[in-house]
Design a protein around this ligand. Structure first.
Ligand SMILES: C[S@@+](CC[C@H](N)C(=O)[O-])C[C@H]1O[C@@H](n2cnc3c(N)ncnc32)[C@H](O)[C@@H]1O
Length: 297
């Protein structure tokens, strides 16, 4: 009724006096903000096929990716390596985890490769830089229960696993001296967003050879604020090392990072192998993407 009356008044004003009333918008809706809280609806810890035959179809498909990656023979595979058996183990371990939300930490796809990689290499020493809630520390200890496992984080206040089979340190790994170890049977997993050039140089000086590094986009795929700049991918390709500062937009804000070009050059020369672990998010359709990379120095 009210709107009809308003319409009538508008028409009269327009027709008699030539006055047009135009509605003005006084409230512009803000852009929808990204939602960071991950819901594990599409995470295989919570959603998966029950029929074993159909489960196997996914395992077989994933095994093809694993076999193709490990056939490159970056190192001698553990004598018990069998991708299908390991993937089945992995699903069981992953589904039995107690952590319900690992937002800001590794999701299924990273976990898949971390578990398989650790089982394939079967290291006696594993070091993790970037423990967060302890999810990947726990996963590594499940994969290699006999390994000496060290975890470093500048703050352990987010730790949720209280019975980890690991020695945890609340500081950077830089100052830590490890007992003698065999480089061929050791693994360092960097997931701490520190400049990758610095991390590779440190790893070399401590005697490490096998490295898994997360958040390693090439320069043209840097969309978030977290990668340690320069990334190993930038070091490997040389792209992004032409200038000593790079900037990009993350979540509508400009982010700028400077690059120590001498340090980058030194780190680049250390890289013997740089290989992205295949993203299995496409094949599983569980969603999420990863830039987990194997590096040999
Ligand atoms: C992405 S989280 C690690 C996630 C964990 N690896 C997982 O996947 O579940 C990054 C962690 O790196 C830690 N961090 C930041 N600077 C660090 C440093 N210099 N040394 C070790 N850890 C650091 C942060 O405190 C944070 O807990």
């Amino acid at each position: 009724m009210l709107s009809k009356l308003k319409g009538l008044i508008k028409t009269l004003l327009n027709n008699i006096f030539g006055i047009q009333i135009i509605r003005t918008v006084d409230h512009i809706q803000e852009n929808e903000q990204p939602k960071f809280k991950m819901k594990y609806v599409h995470d295989p810890a919570y959603s998966y096929m029950l029929n074993p035959e159909y489960q196997d179809l996914l395992i077989d498909e994933l095994a093809q990716y694993a076999d193709s990656f490990f056939s490159i023979r970056f190192f001698d595979l553990d004598s018990n390596f069998n991708s299908k058996v390991l993937i089945r183990d992995f699903f069981e371990v992953y589904q039995g985890r107690t952590l319900t939300d690992n937002t800001h930490g590794s999701g299924f796809h990273n976990a898949f490769w971390i578990y398989l990689f650790a089982r394939a290499l079967n290291p006696a020493l594993i070091v993790e830089s970037g423990v967060w809630k302890g999810h990947t520390t726990w996963l590594l200890s499940q994969a290699c229960p006999k390994a000496d496992l060290y975890g470093f984080d500048r703050s352990l206040k987010h730790l949720e696993y209280n019975q980890l089979n690991a020695k945890l340190f609340e500081h950077d790994w830089q100052t830590f001296d490890f007992p003698d170890f065999d480089p061929d049977r050791s693994l360092i997993f960097f997931d701490c967003h520190v400049n990758h050039a610095q991390r590779l140089i440190e790893a070399k000086s401590k005697g490490f050879k096998h490295i898994l590094i997360d958040d390693n986009p090439p320069v043209h795929k840097i969309f978030s604020h977290i990668p340690g700049i320069p990334t190993a991918a930038m070091l490997h390709s040389g792209q992004g090392l032409e200038v000593s500062e790079i900037s990009w937009i993350w979540n509508s804000k400009e982010v700028t990072r400077s690059i120590d070009l001498d340090q980058a050059k030194q780190a680049k020369e250390l890289i013997k192998i740089h290989h992205f672990l295949p993203d299995v998010g496409g094949p599983t359709r569980y969603g999420g993407f990863a830039f987990l990379t194997y590096i040999q120095i």
